[in-house]
Design a binder for this molecule. Structure first.
Ligand code: ZN
Ligand code: ZN
Length: 334
């Protein structure tokens, strides 16, 4: 249901575009240079998650602001401690004396994530982007966003500054097969949603489930089946994807442990690799990973696939070495 693609080539600024197909909804992980995204794709985005505000991860904010200005749009942004001040600083850099009369309501809901709590400030265009309300404080235990079809989680990693990593998990989809309903002689109705809810709640297969509908003379008809039987005969269950995004971290024992736990079993891991292993010391000095370290993390987390990005420009023309080095570490044993 989600397609995920990096906005730029692996030497470009980090930004991952997650398109929720069939819905007018998209997410962005990181906000580097996004000028290569067509405005219609930018306007589809309603949640943006920023790992940290080093310039290469946040410079796209101005372009985003410019595209959204004058539109009816509520945009949520999430980032590490200090993020609200970072956004406010960007907004304060411009003069806003002509926006009060805009008919559209464009606003930014900016959330910074702290251990155990989140703080949200709202900036409204019509109020010249002044923060209009008190900051809203809420509990934060890892989940940033919970929607019907997916959830987004974050952890904090060490990049000499707190740096967030993100995980998007789609919920599994339960579809009911029409022909199977007909074969069992069961009419549709509200019970179908109740059946899906029971499956989503992981209720046991032997639990009795009542299907009901209005029969002749508007009398309610009920039929009871073990939940497992309806699940097997009527439904097609598609597991959701897990997509993990790690950018800008040092290879330290603490980071390794947290990344492996967070990315475990991911369908796709997007992971930075600024350096090659031959420059491992430089990578450590700059709080970044090497391709080999990234490949090893992908192996330890047992991900299905991984994609590298954020190569240092000094390696231009040497892209394949990153892939090779990481793949060798991914396939190593022990
Ligand atoms: Zn950085
Ligand atoms: Zn960076």
């Amino acid at each position: 249901m989600f397609s995920a693609r990096l906005v730029n080539d692996p030497f470009g600024d980090p930004a991952l575009y997650l398109d929720l197909r069939y819905r007018r909804e998209a997410l962005l992980f990181d906000l580097g240079d996004i000028r290569d995204l067509p405005p219609r794709m930018i306007l589809k985005v309603n949640h943006i998650f920023v790992t940290h505000t080093h310039m290469d991860h946040f410079i796209g904010f101005d372009h985003l602001l410019r595209i959204c200005l004058g539109r009816e749009k509520h945009l949520a942004l999430y980032g590490p401690p200090g993020f609200i001040d970072n956004v406010e600083g960007k907004l304060r850099a411009y003069t806003w004396n002509l926006v009060e009369n805009y008919s559209n309501d464009f606003r930014l809901m900016v959330t910074e994530l702290h251990p155990g709590r989140s703080e949200t400030a709202t900036f409204q265009c019509r109020e010249a982007f002044r923060s209009v309300m008190d900051r809203q404080v809420a509990a934060f235990a890892g989940t940033i966003l919970e929607r019907d079809a997916y959830g987004v989680k974050a952890i904090v990693l060490d990049h000499k500054v707190p740096c967030l990593a993100f995980c998007l998990e789609e919920k599994r989809r339960v579809n009911v097969k029409k022909n199977a309903l007909a074969e069992m002689g069961l009419p549709g109705g509200a019970w179908i949603n109740a059946l899906k809810d029971s499956i989503h709640r992981d209720e046991p297969d032997d639990k009795p489930f009542t299907a009901w509908w209005k029969g002749e003379n508007r009398k309610t008809v009920e039929k009871i089946y073990p939940l497992g039987e309806l699940k097997n005969k009527l439904t097609k269950i598609t597991p959701g994807q897990k997509i993990v995004y790690i950018s800008d971290v040092i290879h330290s024992p603490g980071n390794v442990e947290r990344i492996v736990e967070f990315a475990r079993g991911a369908d796709v891991l997007f992971i930075e690799a600024c350096f090659l292993e031959e420059d491992r010391e430089k990578a450590a000095e700059k709080y970044h990973l090497t391709a080999r370290q990234a490949g090893r993390l992908a192996r330890l987390a047992a991900v299905k696939r991984f994609t590298l990005f954020h190569y240092s420009p000094k390696y231009r023309g040497m892209e394949e070495r990153f892939e090779e080095e990481a793949m060798r570490a991914f396939e190593e044993r022990g």
